[in-house]
Design a protein around this ligand. Structure first.
Ligand SMILES: [Cu+2]
Length: 637
């Protein structure tokens, strides 16, 4: 631990930047706010006694351990036009195999729960029908590394980052610059031992999941430096009737397809996500979705793209999109913009700036994740052709939607299928963003004007982020059959008659910070208390100022049922299950949700992570019995 403890130098005032280019562009290298955040966190971390169980580790892709937070040498940012395009092929996250299945890994140093932060009580006490398949055991480390994220032709130093590294059964670590990809199966529990090899407190949120409160990445249920927490992911769906009675039917309309993971540490989420602790990808399969792949409806290789250790699906791939600022040394720069939101000037797809991808002339499924801190994207193909959208956030739609574009704010997922078979080999197509945004407040549009499926005319703003080069199709594997008539995941609406309470949450600016109903986040206060299994209707209201707020609710999916601002029907792609609902200026959207299975506390918050950190976040606390106590009814430090 000695090298790690001594390496982060105390933050000091940044040097005056030499060039005026940076300030002209408006994405300034650093700020007092940044220095305060980093300095405070480092100071706190120094009093933590590291556990002897988990010595600091060297990232497998790094020449040496690296400490970030070095603000002693501030240099100019790279301008967007200094980044060459389409130099390197796209990379994809490596799939992390479990260290063992059904038995404790030989390389675990202690039994489940026998780590500093323990394990969820549900690990020891849950209904027997949760476990259809044996437990998959993993170990995930949060550590510093470096990787060549900028185009190789720039001959620039590798970019330092903080990220996630998976451990393998033999005790070695999975190399690579991207967070490894978990692949979960509904009915198969996972136990992920998360070890913090970084000098700040961390919290891991598996976004889109239905988890015990201990394992949900609550911002105060941390993994302290040198410590570990056993995250228990039961990978179950809630029951149709609620409750936890063995044999009571599961609600498979709630099965998730697209989860992702990122940091959620109190007041540090934005800085951690920007350094690389975000954008981890966790596709999840249930019997229905496995059936769609096996029968050739969804892209895959029959007999191979199935569950099991050999799983491989070259036609079903993640595209994790974010925007960042790099300096002329190739290092990430961070500016929270006074906690308004970090906007980058360089688009990255799966970590790389402006990569290209060779595709076959066939259908590809892309699970697109907007993993930006604050940027809102509207993505389309450069020829404005239509493609299919299969789902939003974690869930598949009942049937695909034909679309020419989709809106994706922070944390939004769009599950899409692009059919490249209509192009001749050699054709070049780009994925491009057509939504300009210069201000963290949001785009200069109404939400309704940019959330449509049709793009008419030529957009004034076109930022190409990924180049597709179409090649011939490998005829060994048949193309997928998915089309507008394909049945995907059934959806059962929540009837108005089931609603037992209605609440209004207004997301607003207050004293230069971010509040809900006039209150800042308070870990000691449960802001919404109800019985487990309650069905509620919430009005999510934009409190004004032209700000956009993507609102993320933990624990359960929610469904948009009315738009009180426009009175218009909810568009198809927002009509089913979501975990994040976008509020544009003036938005007032009614959602319904059932809060099943797990007692709280859970959080809900704006997913502009700078807003979340300061302090637009509330706690929802479903309880076995409603009590008058306003403090969260359980707590897991
Ligand atoms: Cu916000």
């Amino acid at each position: 631990m000695a090298d790690k403890k001594s390496s982060p130098r105390p933050a000091r005032a940044p040097r005056q930047r030499k060039s005026s280019a940076a300030s002209r562009r408006g994405f300034v290298a650093t700020s007092v706010a940044t220095a305060t955040v980093l300095g405070g966190a480092l100071a706190r971390s120094q009093v933590v006694t590291p556990s002897p169980l988990f010595p600091v580790l060297k990232h497998p892709d790094s020449p040496m351990p690296i400490a970030l937070g070095d603000l002693t040498a501030i240099v100019d940012p790279l301008l967007n036009e200094q980044i060459p395009r389409w130099v390197d092929p796209i990379i994809f996250p490596a799939w992390l195999p479990p260290m063992s299945v059904g038995k404790l890994p030989a390389k675990y140093t202690s039994a489940v729960g026998n780590v500093h932060h323990g394990v969820a009580p549900e690990w020891f006490n849950h209904p027997s029908d949760w476990d259809r398949f044996p437990v998959q055991y993993y170990e995930l480390h949060q550590m510093a590394g470096s990787y060549p994220f900028l185009p190789s032709s720039m001959r620039i130093p590798r970019t330092n980052f903080w990220g996630y590294v998976g451990r393998l059964a033999n005790g070695t670590y999975l190399p690579g610059g991207l967070p490894p990809s978990f692949r979960f199966r509904i009915g198969q529990p996972a136990l992920v031992r998360v070890v913090n090899d970084l000098p700040e407190e961390m919290s891991l949120h598996m976004h889109g999941g239905h988890w015990p409160a201990h394992s949900d990445g609550h911002p105060n249920f941390l993994v302290l430096p040198g410590r570990a927490r056993d995250y228990y992911f039961p990978n179950i769906v809630p029951r149709v009737q609620g409750g936890n009675q063995v044999g009571s039917a599961f609600d498979y309309t709630e099965s998730v397809s697209n989860m992702w993971y990122h940091d959620h540490a109190i007041h540090l989420t934005a800085a951690h996500v920007q350094r690389g602790c975000g954008g981890g990808y966790a596709p999840t399969l249930d019997d229905l979705e496995i059936g769609l792949i096996r029968s050739g409806v969804l892209p895959g290789i029959r007999g191979v793209s199935d569950v099991g250790p050999e799983y491989r699906n070259p036609y079903d791939l993640p595209l994790v999109i974010r925007d960042d600022i790099f300096d002329v040394r190739g290092q990430l720069l961070y500016d929270s913009d006074g906690h308004n939101g970090y906007l980058g000037n360089v688009a990255r797809v799966n970590g790389l700036a402006y990569p290209y991808m060779n595709v076959e002339a066939r259908k590809y499924r892309f699970r697109v994740l907007a993993a930006s801190n604050a940027r809102i994207w509207r993505l389309r193909l450069s020829d404005n052709s239509s493609f299919l959208r299969l789902g939003k956030d974690a869930w598949l739609f009942p049937k695909p939607q034909e679309t020419q574009s989709f809106l994706a704010g922070p944390a939004t997922r769009a599950d899409i299928v692009i059919d490249f078979s209509k192009y001749r080999p050699g054709t070049v197509i780009y994925l491009e963003n057509i939504l300009p945004q210069e201000d963290p407040r949001g785009p200069d549009n109404k939400l309704e004007d940019v959330n449509g499926t049709v793009v008419s005319g030529t957009p004034a703003y076109r930022h190409r982020i990924l180049k597709f080069v179409v090649g011939p199709r490998n005829t060994r594997f048949p193309d997928a059959s998915v089309n507008l008539n394909s049945s995907l995941r059934p959806h059962t609406p929540i009837p108005a008659s089931a609603v037992t309470a209605r609440r209004t949450f207004s997301f607003e600016r207050k004293n230069g910070m971010w509040a809900i109903n006039g209150q800042f986040y308070d870990a000691g206060l449960a802001n919404a208390i109800m019985r487990v299994d309650a069905v509620e209707e919430w009005v999510l209201k934009n409190g004004g100022g032209g700000w956009w707020h993507p609102i993320h609710i933990h624990l359960e999916s929610h469904v948009q049922v009315a738009n009180l601002q426009t009175g218009q029907p909810i568009p198809y792609h927002d009509s089913f299950k979501s975990d994040t609902t976008m509020l544009g200026p003036g938005s007032e959207i009614v959602i319904r949700l059932k809060l099943r299975t797990f007692p709280g506390p859970f959080v809900f918050h704006c997913h502009n992570v700078e807003h979340e950190d300061m302090d637009m976040m509330f706690q929802v606390d479903p309880r076995p019995t409603v009590t008058a106590n306003r403090a969260p009814h359980q707590w897991f430090p």
